[in-house]
Structure formats: structure tokens, C-alpha cells
Design a protein around this ligand. Sequence first.
Ligand code: HH2
Length: 257
Amino acid sequence: MGVLNVTPDSFSDGGRYLRSEDAIERGARLAEEGADIVDVGGESTRPGSDPVSEQEELDRVAPVVEALAGRIEARISIDTYKPRVAEECLGLGATLVNDVTGLADAGMIRAAKERRAGVVIMHMRGEPKTMQQDVAYDDVVGDVRAFLDERARTARGAGIEEVIVDPGIGFGKTAAHNFEILRRLGELVSLGYPVLVGPSRKSFLGSLPSKLPSSERLEGTLAAVAVSVLNGAAIVRVHDVREAKRVVEVVDAVRSS
Ligand code: HH2
């Protein structure tokens, strides 16, 4: 899954693809590099970020989703927690809803069901504005697993066929929690749903002694991608698709040897 942020303030690519034409070119490039899914987002969820209005988000993403749907073979997912944004984008050709709130709004389940779309259910503690303020868990993997299990059953029970789960790397978690989730990913894989992991350029990778900024986290991202896939992730969400594909190819060969 390639990341396409149509935002002024995303933590690593904010402002680069705010113009529709630039975003469409970027989405086409991600598909050329081998993304099976292009994930279009119109609101940053980085720690401390402010929400944007439904209309503002739609104005950013709708033209991009529509143009890409007519241009690329890859699936398009819409990274939103707002049902109206999801509905509109599903009508324009997206087939997957990526909801960082884990379908907190019941309208999201209805929207996905009506359009026969798949859903990504992500775990987050709190909301982006404040999520790094309460990061205590008895057992982070146990808590995340229980949440994903409950939300996935609810989605399936409501008639959504394609359910993907995601531990939400960096969403209300310390760096240590994020590393532990990657190490124990098999416990989430055992839920029986495809697992998506999004480590790309995130701050836990900059927490290590080398203290690298987000522009210098490609190798760290690829290491996290390798561990994720080795431990059973079905999908990785990355900014650097070409590089990640090369890594995944090798890890897949090891897994199937
Ligand atoms: N991470 C981000 C956004 N959406 N969706 C899923 N399913 N999993 C993730 O880990 C995930 C996500 C945050 O990364 P990014 O889009 O690069 O930054 P921003 O939120 O600042 O736009």
C-alpha cells in the first residue's frame, strides 16, 4: 500500500501533493512502482495534528480519487474516519476504507456495506491531537488484539466481507510498544484477518541512538517492513514503494523456502 497524502501538514510528505495534479501524478507513480493499493488521505493524523472539516477533506481527495480510479489498475483506498468522505470516494472508484479510528462512527460501517467496500480497522488510543499523552498499557499487544477482534467481529457481523486489521504503529504508543508489536505481530495474525502494518518513516524509528529525522528513515522503514512481513503481515503501508517491494520479495522467498 503506497501512501498518498493530499495535505499541507503530513509529517513526512506534507505539502508536496496538495495540488490535485501533483497528487494524481504521485498516485500514478506509486502504482507504477508496484503498489497494489494507493491510500489517499486528506487529513494528517500525526501526533498533535488538528482535524479538518469534511468539506475541506473532500475537496482535497475527491478529484484525486476520481482521476486515479480512471487511470491506474491498483486499488484505491480512502484514508478517512468520516463516513461522508468515505461514501463519496467509494462512489468515485475507491474500494477500500482505511479508518484510523477502527470504525468508531457507525455510519462508516453502513457506508462500506452499501458500497460493498473492504475496511481497514486500525487501533488508536485517543485521538491524534492528544494520543501521545496517555500511552500506558498492561499488555499493548493484548489490548490491541482484543480491540481489533471486537471491531472486526462487529464489521463482519454487519455484513462487511473484507476486513483487514492494523495495530496502528505510532498511534498512542511509545517507541517500545511499537517495537514490541512488530516482534509479537504473530499474535495479531492469529486473529485470522489480513494484518496491515504502517511503520513508514515514523518517529519510533528516530528514537534509536542514531536519532534520525523522518527524511533519513528509509532503511529503518525497510527493516520494519522486513520484520512485519516475516512475522505475517499481509500488507505494508509505505511511502517508498519501489524499495519496499524489493525487500518484500526477498522476505517472501525466505518465508516460502
Ligand atoms: N499511519 C498514518 C496514516 N494512516 N493508516 C493505517 N491503516 N495505518 C497506519 O499506520 C497509518 C494510517 C500516518 O502516517 P502518514 O500518512 O505518513 O502521516 P500523516 O498522518 O501525518 O498524514
